[in-house]
Design a protein around this ligand. Structure first.
Ligand code: GRF
Length: 202
């Protein structure tokens, strides 16, 4: 039986699309539900275009609503892909060890409150570090502090802006997230990748 995935989104859904494309034809995992805190998130349309149930929360803070929606679709694994709100504590405890998040930096650096989207890449460029990348980790009450399952590294290049770095990191995210999800499906539960991925492509 394929692992049943719910993907939570807030925006354009490029990570959702990358995951859906990577799972095309896979018997190991399938996206059975896409959830968003925003009824007008373009990512919901990406799901609908592919015949996948796509729902906006009535109240994204309500654990009972989350659990009812996840149970209705018999979800095994929850994937936060560009989801920008906190997951209710009741959901984290009910799905402990079964909620993944992708963060556009090499955690534990450049994570934590306020570190999302553009803010991350601005901080990385400003810091002068030579590398950045993406991290997929388990979500627990500490949010960006859960067990790291996979990382993909990209160079920070001279003259990089937050935008040019964001684009390079996003390309790495689109390869890292499917790799971690497929490893979880093969193992029956989230497992760490054997080694970090690294992409030198600009
Ligand atoms: C990505 O940078 C992801 O790492 C972050 O949200 C951004 C938007 O992702 N969590 P998407 O294009 O909506 O998948």
């Amino acid at each position: 039986m394929p692992m049943r995935l719910a993907v939570c989104v807030s925006g354009r859904g490029s990570n959702l699309v990358a995951l859906l494309e990577a799972l095309t034809g896979s018997a190991e995992a399938e996206v059975v539900l896409v959830l968003s805190n925003k009824a007008d998130a373009p990512a919901l349309d990406r799901a609908r275009e592919r015949g996948i149930p796509a729902e906006a929360f009535e109240n994204f803070r309500d654990a009972a609503e989350w659990l009812e929606r996840l149970a209705r679709h018999q979800v095994d694994l929850v994937v936060l892909a560009g989801y920008l709100k906190l997951v209710p504590a009741g959901v984290i405890s009910a799905y402990r060890g079964r909620i993944l998040n992708i963060h556009p930096a090499l955690l534990p650096d450049f994570g934590g409150p306020g570190m999302y989207g553009h803010h991350v890449h601005e901080a990385v460029v400003r810091s002068g570090v030579p590398f950045s990348g993406a991290t997929v980790h388990l979500v627990d009450e500490e949010y960006d502090r859960g067990e790291i399952l996979g990382q993909a590294r990209v160079p920070v290049l001279p003259g990089d802006t937050a935008d040019t770095l964001a684009a390079r990191v996003l390309g790495a995210e689109h390869r890292l997230l499917p790799a971690v999800v497929l490893a979880a499906a093969a193992a029956g539960r989230p497992v760490p990748l054997p080694a970090p991925l690294s992409f030198s492509s600009h």
